[in-house]
Design a protein around this ligand. Structure first.
Ligand SMILES: Cc1cc2nc3c(=O)[nH]c(=O)nc-3n(C[C@H](O)[C@H](O)[C@H](O)COP(=O)(O)OP(=O)(O)OC[C@H]3O[C@@H](n4cnc5c(N)ncnc54)[C@H](O)[C@@H]3O)c2cc1C
Length: 318
């Protein structure tokens, strides 16, 4: 049966996709279908807008998430969905690519918005290209139209009262040639920067690795986390790759972003431009970051940041 399908690795991602899917289902006059791995969340997803929830079979301990590809492909072949939205996590991207190959259809990766071709009843998918310098708008004419959507691109769907829907358990067996032999927690320093409400970002304006501590002190006063630009992580290895921000790094939407010695190249700004308030400290008044910033301090970060910390400590009484 046609419909808009959504698959998120986690509950919050599914809720965001349900919000995106709701608009698509309305415009294409079809149903909204969510996948879940946990039976108890099925009713919840219906309350958040799904017309039907398909419960995936449990994975064995040694099976990676990609083991769902055969189940998803088989179900799609039988039921012929119009659109399939998948959360663009590392595993989700893998699933989407494999699924598109199996179903011989197109895939729009990193979709950040969409419109509709009402005549052809197709989704027009939008995404950033050329390092964030341009937007691409594309229509896949093969079915289903598959798109990966980065987490936090859409707000989570709102709960609605009195909604009714159906729940169906899928019986197919998950399988993968890959077996998980060990799971280890990530190193402690690898914070989840995308969840942080306040992000202090270290740029190449910092002179050496020890000075990152200055950014950490500022983040601690504000209860935030420390992120960085790509060269700080990839070239200098002062901070882990999990915390560099930008088009090829993490995209963040904190309440406050503070850039310290960050020039503001488009590849970086693409990952931070949705911050609610953007403050930049840079000694070059012509630095491009000031074009994106709500507040700018032109000055040497080694003079500005200690003063900021001092003032904030007094104001916040920490
Ligand atoms: C395909 C591609 C993808 C990329 N993806 C990303 C990405 O995802 N994320 C990313 O960050 N970059 C990415 N880049 C790299 C990006 O183009 C920039 O090179 C990078 O963001 C610059 O980092 P920066 O601002 O730390 O350093 P710089 O550009 O060197 O800027 C340093 C800034 O610090 C200022 N400064 C120096 N000393 C001080 C001081 N004492 N006090 C105050 N200010 C000072 C300078 O005025 C300067 O503006 C990508 C590049 C390419 C080609």
């Amino acid at each position: 049966m046609p419909g808009i399908w959504v698959f998120g690795e986690r509950r919050d991602q599914t809720l965001e996709l349900l919000n995106a899917g709701k608009n698509a289902a309305k415009a294409l006059e079809t149903r909204l279908v969510a996948f879940t791995r946990e039976r108890p969340s099925a009713e919840e997803f219906i309350a958040y807008g799904a017309d039907e929830v398909l419960v995936l079979p449990q994975l064995a301990e040694d099976q990676p998430l990609e083991s769902y590809v055969p189940v998803l492909a088989e179900t799609a072949r039988h039921e012929d969905p119009d659109v399939f939205f998948i959360a663009a996590t590392a595993r989700g991207k893998e699933i989407a690519a494999r699924l598109a190959t199996r179903l011989e259809t197109g895939l729009c990766s990193g979709c950040s918005g969409f419109g509709f071709d009402q005549e052809k009843k197709l989704l027009r998918m939008e995404r950033m290209v050329f390092g964030g310098a341009a937007m691409q708008s594309l229509i896949c004419t093969t079915r289903p139209q598959i798109a990966t959507i980065p987490p936090r691109t859409f707000e989570p769907a709102a709960v609605q009262t009195g909604r009714k829907g159906t729940v169906r358990e899928l019986q197919s067996t998950p399988s993968s040639a890959v077996k998980v032999i060990k799971r280890s927690p990530k190193a402690k320093e690898a914070v989840n920067i995308t969840e942080a409400k306040i992000v202090v970002c270290v740029g190449r304006g910092m002179n050496n690795k020890e000075d990152v501590d200055l950014a950490r002190q500022l983040a601690d006063v504000l209860g935030g986390e420390v992120g960085c630009t790509r060269p700080i992580a990839e070239e200098l290895h002062w901070l882990p790759e999990e915390v560099y921000l930008g088009i090829s790094g993490k995209k963040v939407k904190p309440d406050l972003y503070i850039g310290l010695g960050v020039s503001g190249q488009i590849q970086h700004v693409t990952g931070i431009r949705d911050s609610k308030v953007l403050l930049a400290v840079n000694r070059d008044e012509n630095a491009p970051i000031f074009e994106a910033a709500d507040y700018g301090i032109v000055g040497d970060l080694y003079q500005v940041v200690p003063k900021l910390i001092e003032e904030l400590k007094t104001a916040l009484k920490v």
